[in-house]
Design a protein around this ligand. Structure first.
Ligand SMILES: NC(=O)c1ccc[n+]([C@@H]2O[C@H](COP(=O)([O-])OP(=O)(O)OC[C@H]3O[C@@H](n4cnc5c(N)ncnc54)[C@H](OP(=O)(O)O)[C@@H]3O)[C@@H](O)[C@H]2O)c1
Length: 252
């Protein structure tokens, strides 16, 4: 894939799946900014692994929900690594709240929206104009089948992941004639990150309704991230690409 020397910013790159995206983009030749919010030790570890490959890496504390923090963080990336060419909006508050709409507190709703939807809005707002000016950019938004199918006990999460698809399509329209593509990846379930917070009996029930009867590996997901980040995906924009082992197929 042709992405040698590009600068990639992966939000939540310190997390389970984000780490694999960072390492895969680095193997493909990118310089990587790895953001986390609280667990900066993990971001440092990912940066160390990337540097040992001979690539540049910058761990960065950046709360995506806070526009001032995002503006300051992106400035640091620009001066440390260069302007952002590839933006992977991966950070999310993915906890399964497990409550009905009637029982969902407004505070939790606002928290989820701030990270999962306002977060990508903030980063796109800061990165898209520069990408358009330079005539090249890739925006990859990590959505979920909860956004396309709904999610029991996940009203805020599902709403944010659906909203992210609308944001993706709008960014795609704005960037289409300036060399910038924007796509969403609609994830099924992957053996990494927040998957491990789910009780084993629920994991079994979830796996039974996936056509392939297994979770995806983080690498199977990152392969798609790297493709969408590359020159080779240049004619794909505004898509919501499901990577789920057939989780939305009718299986029994
Ligand atoms: N795992 C799955 O099966 C699955 C399925 C569908 C969709 N997804 C999506 O895949 C993405 C990654 O999920 P994951 O399972 O790897 O989650 P994870 O392990 O919980 O990682 C989430 C990452 O997001 C960061 N983050 C959370 N809130 C943030 C904020 N306000 N500002 C900046 N960073 C913030 C966390 O940083 P700190 O730890 O420092 O707070 C962490 O690095 C998410 O978008 C999730 O919705 C995952």
């Amino acid at each position: 894939m042709s992405i040698e020397g590009k600068v990639a910013l992966v939000t939540g790159g310190s997390g389970g799946l984000g780490k694999t995206h960072c390492l895969s983009l680095a193997r493909a030749g990118c310089k990587i900014a790895i953001t986390g919010r609280s667990q900066m030790g993990k971001a440092e570890e990912v940066a160390g692994e990337i540097r040992s490959m001979g690539r540049q890496a910058m761990p960065l504390a950046m709360n995506v929900a806070d526009i001032d923090d995002v503006q300051a963080g992106i400035k640091k990336v620009e001066s440390g690594l260069g302007p952002v060419d590839i933006l992977v909006n991966n950070a999310a508050y993915g906890i399964v709240r497990g409550v009905t709409i009637a029982k969902m507190s407004n505070k939790d709703w606002e928290t989820d929206l701030a990270t999962n939807l306002t977060g990508p809005f903030n980063t796109i707002k800061c990165c898209l104009p520069g990408m358009m000016e330079r005539g090249w950019g890739r925006i990859i938004n990590i959505s979920s089948i909860a956004g396309t199918m709904g999610g029991a006990g996940q009203c805020s999460y599902a709403a944010t992941k659906a909203g992210l698809i609308g944001l993706t399509k709008t960014a795609a329209l704005e960037g289409a004639r300036k060399g910038v593509t924007a796509n969403a990846i609609v994830l099924g379930v992957f053996d990494g990150g927040s998957w491990h917070q789910i009780a084993p009996e629920f994991q079994e029930r979830i796996i039974r309704r996936i056509a392939m009867r297994r979770t995806g590996t983080p690498q199977e997901l990152s392969n798609v991230v790297v493709f969408l980040a590359s020159e080779e995906s240049s004619y794909i924009t505004g898509e919501a690409i499901e990577v789920s082992g057939g989780a939305s197929l009718f299986t029994f």
